[in-house]
Structure formats: structure tokens, C-alpha cells
Design a protein around this ligand. Structure first.
Ligand code: NAP
Ligand code: MG
Length: 405
């Protein structure tokens, strides 16, 4: 066997929970360690360790990504009352992903991994649609109120130094109802736009952004304005050179175009649109286990993960001795994304090439009819046999060995 590929800077490796933690070990042992002299800075975000460290390990892991530039994360349990009992926790902790996202201040991009034997439910799609979701503000940081009866609702702005005050009537309510106040910041919208244009340029795909500026002339209008400013000032030249484009349209127009179109673009979505549309794209593209997720920080730091959770029910069955058919593909692609990015930053061509070969081996294994149950249910033609996670990983390992030796 030839020498394993050496790394320079360590990857931030963030371990997690349940079935994905089982697959994490399997992927490293069978697919990565035989070929790469893996260097990682390891953080155990398993629920028990988060509780033991009062969640400090989560904060440390995010800071490590900022410091080293690239992280790869396993799925983790977000604790709730049932988990508190199950794991004997001291207290409930916030979602690790929310904690990490707040520290990296990033934009999340979700991209389906496609295979020829699983057709998307939308027959015209030829290439994946990537969703870039703005992860700040709007309805997710709102103030809302039940209105008990008739009265006036107003928006009031008071400048920090008290020199300016603006008042606007929201509604003269004729009876009881509800009211909601939302906001966003120019700086956050700008960094969201920059993240989208950077990501799409790297992936060599056009950017579509949509809002409802015909109705919301000031609020959504501001989003449209900032996207245009960022594109014109920072990206137009690069996009034209790369033969790419930026397209703005109304959100309802984009919804209609998406289901008639061929795909192959980045769909930049406001927070709520991204929440809803990423689930629609994931389910129309195939299986949740075939969706990758990348968090891009304005600092340039990147975190790769699978979009799915810890696959809890499979884990309980695995604990009872069953060889479950849990799909490791999104986790494998989280690793290949991180290794390739590390290779790119450190100038290690072999590491980039290895990551691409592991991705190819994974896709080919599926396209030759070897797959887990979630894909077997959707595949055409149907495979003769459904593999468990261990058999499937072994099949990829064999193919990888052939392509590397
Ligand atoms: P989930 O783990 O994504 O699983 C939901 C269902 O989707 C599974 O029961 C399974 O369906 C299917 N599935 C998901 N991934 C699969 C895979 N790799 N292979 C095959 N099937 C797969 O979501 P959940 O059950 O709602 O959440 C479980 C735990 O994960 C929770 O504690 C939650 O907090 C956490 N979570 C973490 C993250 C993250 O860290 N990024 C994200 C979401 C949820 P079948 O049972 O029909 O086979
Ligand atoms: Mg959602």
C-alpha cells in the first residue's frame, strides 16, 4: 500500500450522538483512515459531554472553527424534557447548531446529492437546486402581541441619542386580534448577499434571489436594493467572466419557475422562505439522507455537516443488535467537503483528489444498485437487495480501493 496522504492544518472534528455517531466511527475507520493520515482537533459534542462541560465544549468547538477555518460536524441531539430523563442531564442546553451558528454568524447552504437511479419528483430537474437561507432576523426574532380589543397599534423608532423619533400607524384595530414586529439589519443582509455570491461563484452556478418588494416596498425593497448593490459593486465583473448571472424576481414567480425549470442554481432565500423551501427541495430531490449542509461564516470559516438528525429510532434498534440500513452518504459528503476545503487552503492536491474519489466511489456504488433502504424505496430500477450500513460502507470501500490503487 502507498503512503497515506499527509495533512498540514488539523480539521475541527465535532462528534455527535446516536446513530450518526455510530456511522461517524465507521466512515473514519473504513473510508478515511486507510488513506489519509488524519489530523483533527476533536470535540465531543455527545449530549453527555455537553452536559458534563456545561455546554462549554460547544462554544470551544465553534471557536476552533473560527481559528482553524474548517470543521466537520456529526448530528447532535437538541435536548428536551424526554432527553433530560434519558441522559440524566443537569439541565437543558440550547441547540448546538444554534450556538455554533451564532458564533460563526453564518449563512447555511443546503445542497442535494443526486444519483441517476433516484429521480426527483419534479421531472424537469436536471441539476440540484441549492438553498441559501438567511439565518438572521425577520419572524425568527420578532415581538408579537395579542390585542385585546379596539385601539391603535403604532410603530415607534427612537434614535439612540434621542434626536429623532418616527411614528407610523400599523392599524386602527376595530376589535381583538394580533400584531407582530420584525426587523433586519443592513449589515446582516449584506453579509448574507456576499455569502451567496461567493458560494455560487465557487460552485459555478447562477444566483436567484426573490422577495416580495411589490407589496413590501420598504422592507423587502431593502433586501432587493442591497443584493443589487453587492452584486454591482463586488461581483458583476467576476460573474460575467465566469459566464454566470444574478437574477432577481418575485417570490411567487420563482416558485412557479422552480417547478417548471431545470434546476442548477443557488436560490437565495429570506429566513422564512428558506425554512419552508429547503424542506420542499429536500423532499422533492429524494431522501433527507442525501442532503448536505454547509455553514459559511463571513470570516471565511466553513462548517460541513449532514442536514439530517441523529436518526434516533434506528439507533435504538441498533442498540438491540440490529444491523440497521441507515444511509451514511450525507455524513460521507460532510467529510469529503471538509477534507477538500482543507486541501484547498493548505495546497494539498492529493487530499482534494482523494475527497473527489471518495464522492465518486459513493455515487457509483449506489448507481450500480448497492444502497440502503431509504434509497431502495425510491430507486428505479429497484435493487435486488437492500444493504445495511456496514455492507454499504464496505461496498464503497472496495470501490474506493480500486480507484485509488
Ligand atoms: P432525523 O434524525 O433526521 O430522522 C428522521 C427520520 O428521517 C428517521 O427516522 C428516518 O426515517 C429518516 N432519516 C434521517 N436520516 C436518515 C439516514 N441517514 N438514513 C436513513 N433514514 C434517515 O430527525 P429526528 O428523528 O426528528 O431527530 C432525531 C434527533 O436529531 C433529535 O434529537 C434532534 O434534536 C436531532 N437533530 C439534529 C440535527 C443536527 O444536528 N443537525 C438536525 C435535526 C435533528 P425512518 O425512520 O422512516 O427510516
Ligand atoms: Mg424547515
Amino acid at each position: 500500500m502507498t503512503a497515506r496522504i499527509a495533512m498540514k492544518t488539523p480539521l475541527v472534528e465535532i462528534d455527535g450522538d446516536e446513530m450518526t455517531r455510530v456511522l461517524w466511527g465507521l466512515i473514519k475507520e473504513k473510508l478515511i483512515l486507510p488513506w489519509v493520515d488524519l489530523k483533527t482537533e476533536y470535540y465531543d459534542l455527545g449530549l453527555k459531554n455537553r452536559d458534563d462541560t456545561d455546554d462549554e465544549v460547544t462554544v470551544k468547538s465553534a471557536e476552533a472553527i473560527l481559528r482553524l477555518g474548517v470543521g466537520v460536524k456529526c448530528a447532535t441531539i437538541t435536548s428536551n424534557a424526554a432527553r433530560k430523563v434519558e441522559y440524566g442531564l443537569k439541565k437543558l442546553h440550547p441547540s448546538p447548531n444554534a450556538t455554533i451558528r451564532a458564533i460563526l454568524d453564518g449563512t447555511v447552504f443546503r445542497k442535494p446529492i443526486t444519483v441517476s437511479c433516484v429521480k426527483p419528483s419534479i421531472s424537469t430537474w436536471k441539476a440540484p437546486i441549492v438553498i441559501g437561507r438567511h439565518a438572521y432576523g425577520d419572524m425568527y426574532k420578532n415581538s408579537e402581541m395579542l390585542i385585546p380589543g379596539p385601539g391603535k397599534v403604532e410603530l415607534v423608532y427612537t434614535a439612540e441619542d434621542g434626536t429623532e423619533k418616527r411614528i407610523l400607524t400599523v392599524a386602527n384595530m376595530k376589535g381583538p386580534g394580533v400584531v407582530q414586529g420584525i426587523h433586519n439589519l443592513d449589515a446582516s443582509i449584506r453579509s448574507f448577499a456576499q455569502a451567496c455570491f461567493h458560494y455560487a461563484l465557487r460552485e459555478k452556478i447562477p444566483v436567484w434571489f426573490a422577495a416580495k418588494d411589490t407589496i413590501s416596498k420598504t422592507y423587502d425593497g431593502r433586501f432587493k436594493e442591497i443584493f443589487t448593490q453587492v452584486y454591482e459593486a463586488e461581483f458583476r465583473d467576476q460573474y460575467e467572466k465566469a459566464g454566470l448571472s444574478y437574477f432577481y424576481t418575485l417570490i411567487d414567480d420563482v416558485a412557479a419557475r422552480v417547478v417548471k425549470g431545470e434546476g442548477g442554481f443557488l436560490w437565495a432565500c429570506k429566513n422564512y422562505d428558506g425554512d419552508v423551501m429547503s424542506d420542499m427541495i429536500a423532499s422533492a430531490a429524494g431522501s433527507l439522507a442525501m442532503m448536505t449542509s454547509v455553514l459559511l461564516s463571513p470570516s471565511g470559516a466553513v462548517e460541513y455537516e449532514a442536514a439530517h438528525g441523529t436518526v434516533q429510532q434506528h439507533y435504538y434498534r441498533q442498540q438491540k443488535g440490529e444491523k440497521t440500513s441507515t444511509n451514511p452518504v450525507a455524513l460521507i459528503f460532510a467529510w469529503t467537503g471538509a477534507l477538500a476545503k482543507r486541501g484547498e487552503l493548505d495546497g494539498i492536491q492529493d487530499l482534494i483528489a482523494f475527497a473527489r474519489k471518495l464522492e465518486d466511489a459513493t455515487i457509483q456504488t449506489i448507481e450500480e444498485g448497492n444502497m440502503t433502504g431509504d434509497l431502495a424505496r425510491l430507486a428505479c430500477p429497484k435493487p435486488a437487495k437492500t444493504l445495511d450500513s456496514w455492507e454499504f460502507t464496505e461496498a464503497i470501500a472496495k470501490k474506493l480501493e480500486k480507484s485509488l490503487s
